[in-house]
Design a protein around this ligand. Sequence first.
Ligand code: DAH
Length: 339
Amino acid sequence: MKEKLEALREKALGELATLETPKELEEFRVRLLGKKGEITELLRGMGALPAEERPKMGQLINQLRSELETALSEREQNITALLKEKRLKEETLDVTLPGTKTKEGGLHPLNIVLNDLIDIFQSMGFDVVDGPEVETEHYCFEALNVPKDHPARDMQDTFYLAENLLLRTQTSAAQARTMEQRKPPIRIICPGRVFRADEVDATHSPVFHQVEGLVVDKGITLCDLKGVLEQFAHEIYGPETEVKFRPSFFPFTEPSVEVDVTCSECGGKGCRVCKGTGWIEILGAGMVHPRVLAGCGIDPEEYTGFAFGIGLDRLTTTRYKISDIRLLFENDQRFLEQF
Ligand code: DAH
């Protein structure tokens, strides 16, 4: 019996040293020290021993039990320490490693140019106003002296939502709204989206952007118009850029002009971008037609004014040498990340 105990002790301690997980330890504990474990069985088997050997054997078995319990709890502590050490090693942080960069959002090129443009006009005393994209025929055409049979009013050019209700084809619609709300002196710009039933190609889009400008006061002349727009073009394209005023026609201005600047791509020599002319058209403008002023309750005998409509998309594509207007609307990150 004594040898049997000794052998069990050797075997158990040997096995214990090889155990590596809390689960293995628990299985070991149940198998040896549990209610039906080997040690318990030994104690039970004592009944078969002669009476005088029982106390001695009982003592030995209990000794072995407590020895194993101690060894088990030591092993348990060891394993916990080892596991902790292993985990700490695995989770080590190298604080000298470079961090992962978070991507920063940026402004859309149209917004970059628009912000510059707003800065330029605000520094000249202009307010920024907003106007609705869904407009009435009245503000988009009637109040601007665009006659009923004008082709711009055709369904082929204008998106109608209902009779008299349409998507504005020009930010000029903001002119009459402003003149009804404000008294001269008026100096405003109105940036925004405009809509025309155009086919999409490299230079056309059914949605594009304009910035309307309007100045009304006593004694405003074509000279003021030239001064303001020249200043604007020089600030956007640089002081060496030449600005040309060409006679033109718009129903809401008289006289009317279109403004060209020397092509930023070729510097005026003529290239693909300017179609060989050396010039790029950036806006339409003119002296506000007396009929438009009068229609908004402003006496054209007392007041005069000028207005202009800048094509924001054209300004942006020429400034950044963007060859296709569609890039401005597709929101391709590979394109947008360049700004
Ligand atoms: N609304 C015109 C267009 O879409 C641009 C324009 C021309 C605006 C002359 C004006 C202006 O305010 O005076 O082509």
